[in-house]
Design a binder for this molecule. Structure first.
Ligand code: NDP
Length: 412
């Protein structure tokens, strides 16, 4: 039986029997535990409850030779199905290969209206500033991270001291801000200059990953088109996305569908990722797609290149039980491994979306899955959901009115 055909309880049993989770984790999934009042209070202000989203997993991810089930948190019905579908086609042709990056986070200390003499004095003190910053977070050094670069830049009346910091496995925003604020005090001591602000940059320049996937033509065909025809159409659409900004934006949205869902499931800061990703897309001066597809040696070859800003420790990750569960299901060892899986999910979602677009169109699959949520919105419960969804799929009239009418007829 396919995983999507199992009941929720059977899926949890599958995870347990295949040692993705232990009995305690299975029990907490079955009880559908939300976060405690105390934890919610410690994570956010004016808290009055917790907001739930569906939590599931994508299948068939083979990344750098290791098999993964990938937990995803998402309210859009087709995203997990699309990730699994893309991953399966890629798995049959050898899986994903990734080239992750170190986690270099850049931070800025901004000074206003300093004189040329003060600027020279700053540069003369660069070793002292570097060493001070290096010792501002001793545990980071012990973990093999720390300051990797120091630059002084001038923008009109502003001077920027830019630190590049290897945050090892943490997303690093808090760590970097701590280092910057301590270093800013030191700068005031050394130069008497006024510091306007000290803050990390969400530029993902130090966290760019490349993910590659090859797909045999045999994995791409439909009943009306050969795999080679589909591959050629995917290449054409990929090329169009490089020329049309409007298309590139939606191409990238399809990639972010998968990426954000894994970031949410692992307790990561998806806003940071969004900021990093979209500034990278605009790096050349024209908004560009994060991935491109071409044909090589009778295979469709996809490459995704983009920053992926995340951590496998720190922030809310250590506090949120579901984030810990997600990392356990994937058996993640460090942030580079998580970055690789997240990048692979982005590329898998991309393949599924563009293959659907150039063949049957996106709505057949989308609305087929959307029909269940329409049924629930119309008031269907239990076995009614499946019955109403089936009828919606037959009539292909995916409106709430139609769902309500079908439900009414069913209950009569
Ligand atoms: P933390 O403040 O939790 O720092 C990371 C922690 O992880 C440290 O306590 C560190 O311990 C510990 N750690 C354990 N193992 C490792 C390891 N292998 N590598 C690195 N650290 C390790 O979180 P971050 O600094 O990562 O900040 C992330 C949070 O900051 C997110 O919640 C984010 O939303 C938030 N944030 C984001 C901003 C932005 O994006 N602009 C701005 C401000 C906050 P030790 O100290 O012992 O080394």
């Amino acid at each position: 039986m396919k995983i999507y055909e199992l009941t929720l309880e059977q899926r949890i049993k599958y995870l347990l029997e295949n040692e993705y989770i232990d009995q305690r984790q299975a029990d907490s999934l079955l009880k559908r535990q939300t976060i405690s009042k105390d934890l919610a209070d410690s994570l956010s202000e004016n808290q009055i409850g917790s907001f739930s989203l569906p939590y599931g997993f994508a299948t068939d991810f083979l990344v750098n030779g290791k098999d993964y089930l990938v937990p995803m948190t998402i309210e859009e019905p087709s995203v997990i199905a699309a990730a699994s579908n893309g991953a399966k086609r890629i798995k049959h042709s050898g899986g994903f290969k990734t080239f992750p990056s170190k986690r270099i986070v850049y931070g800025q200390i901004v000074l206003e209206k300093i004189t040329d003499i003060d600027f020279e004095q700053l540069e003369q003190n660069s070793s002292e500033i570097f060493n001070f910053a290096q010792n501002a977070h001793p545990s980071l050094l012990r973990r093999g991270g720390g300051i990797v670069s120091l630059k002084f830049n001038r923008y009109d009346e502003f001077t920027e001291i830019e630190l590049g910091i290897d945050t090892v496995d943490a997303m690093g925003a808090n760590m970097v801000n701590t280092i910057l604020e301590k270093t800013a005090h030191k700068i005031v001591e050394l130069t008497n200059d006024d510091v306007l602000c000290s803050i990390l940059s969400n530029s993902g320049q130090g966290q760019v990953i490349t993910v590659e996937a090859r797909v045999d033509f045999a994995q791409l065909g439909t009943k009306d088109m050969t795999g080679e025809q589909v591959a050629n159409r995917i290449v054409q659409l990929s090329s169009f996305a490089q020329k049309s900004v409007k298309r590139a934006i939606t191409h990238n949205k399809g990639i972010m569908n998968g990426i954000d869902a894994v970031l949410l499931a692992t307790g990561n800061d998806f806003r940071a990722q969004e900021a990093a990703a979209h500034s990278f897309a605009f790096e050349s001066g024209q908004y560009q797609p994060f991935s491109e597809w071409h044909i090589e040696d009778a295979q469709l070859v996809g490459t995704l290149k983009m920053p992926i800003e995340l951590g496998s420790v720190g922030g809310a990750i250590r506090a949120l039980p579901m984030a810990q569960l997600s990392l356990a299901i994937m058996k993640i060892k460090d942030s580079q491994e998580l970055q690789s899986v997240v990048g692979a999910v982005g590329l898998a979602n991309n393949l599924s979306a563009i293959r659907a677009l150039v063949t049957t169109g996106i709505q057949t699959g989308h609305m087929g899955l959307q029909s269940k949520s329409l049924a629930v919105s119309a008031g269907a419960v239990g076995s009614e959901i499946h019955a109403v969804a089936e009828k919606l799929n037959q009539t292909k009239d995916y409106t709430i009115k139609n769902a309500e009418n079908i439900l009414k007829e069913l209950r009569e």
